[in-house]
Design a protein around this ligand. Structure first.
Ligand code: HEC
Length: 293
């Protein structure tokens, strides 16, 4: 005689197995890489269990200008957990997202900062949709990078601290890998690297280096680097206040109310000096080459 209850139990067991299976398949994961190499793939559940990392953070969300409290894991602790201390030796951390946006953030900002990889609105499964200024709504999940910006208002002014949503991966990377034409070589000193980050922040929208950057102002490295015909001292004065050196200059003065303004300008000059020995002999920039074709 067959036991009819047994069949019932089997069906229930199958249903449970099935739902656990689809849950595991659907559970979003975060892929962590060193350059191209995958080091670890973590599920939301695994991230939520990282020792000492779990936090909830209340932020003033720059997308919808509302206060939200998010559950998540400290970004620095997450990186420690996956990479040990080694991540601190990389220049940049890159965020891979499903909408194609791939911002990079200097590692120093992450060491100093209060970034949280959030997995949902506090006390909820997942996120409330955000209303953007163009009236579109967006679900920032499965992983959303947010920054504490209520106690530390300075985080709102720092253009490097982006808030990428729909994150699927985090990648440790270098300046020369991300910006092969204009970055100082990997072995350059920290000052030139800091100068390059400042140059990207303040200058690259108008000026190119080896062809990488904007065209409002002139290229500054090729064929002759600007430090080869400007004295560093005058360069510093010009960058600080262009119109005091050249009447009618179209260039905007360097951020006036910035802390350590002079030091920041001198790191930029250091970067420019390093680039004089790193000219890209790109055909596009060498009219002689083009003529000979
Ligand atoms: C809004 C656009 C803009 C920004 C931002 C800008 N510049 Fe300029 N820059 C110009 C223009 C335009 C010129 C061309 C000459 C002029 O108008 O003074 C110029 C000229 C220069 C020159 C002189 C080049 C030469 O051959 O004489 C240097 C050096 C320079 N910029 C460096 C910088 C640095 C460094 C930064 C960032 C701190 C920067 N600029 C930011 C627009 C800009």
């Amino acid at each position: 005689m067959k036991n009819p209850h047994l069949l019932k139990y089997r069906i229930v067991a199958l249903l449970i197995l099935y739902s656990v299976g689809t849950y595991a398949m659907d559970s979003p994961t975060l892929t962590l890489r060193k350059n191209d190499q995958i080091i670890k793939v973590l599920t939301q559940g695994e991230i939520a269990q990282i020792k000492d990392g779990v936090v909830s953070v209340t932020v003033d969300n720059p997308t919808d200008s509302k206060v939200h409290t998010y559950d998540g894991t400290s970004l620095a602790v997450l990186l420690d957990h996956v990479f040990g201390n080694s991540w601190k030796g990389f220049d940049l951390v890159k965020f891979i997202t499903s909408d194609g946006y791939q911002p990079v953030i200097p590692t120093d900002k992450i060491i100093a900062g209060s970034g949280v990889i959030s997995t949902g609105e506090k006390g909820q499964t997942g996120f409330l949709k955000l209303l953007r200024s163009n009236e579109e709504t967006v679900d920032p999940g499965p992983f959303y990078l947010v920054w504490e910006n209520i106690k530390d208002k300075g985080n709102n002014e720092d253009p490097w601290l982006s808030w990428p949503w729909q994150i699927t991966g985090i990648e440790l990377t270098s300046l020369s890998r991300e910006f092969p034409h204009s970055a100082p070589p990997a072995l350059s000193g920290e000052v030139a690297k800091a100068g390059y980050l400042a140059f990207r922040q303040h200058c690259i929208k108008c000026h190119s280096i080896n062809g990488d950057g904007g065209a409002v102002g002139p290229e500054l490295n090729y064929p002759v680097n600007v430090t080869e015909y400007w004295k560093a001292e005058w360069l510093a004065r010009f960058i600080a206040d262009p119109q005091r050196i050249r009447a009618n200059s179209k260039m905007i003065p360097f951020y006036r109310d910035m802390k350590n303004r002079e030091a920041a300008i001198s790191t930029i000059i250091e970067y420019l000096k390093v680039m004089k020995d790193n000219k890209l002999h790109d055909k596009k920039y060498n009219p002689a080459d083009q003529e000979s074709r």
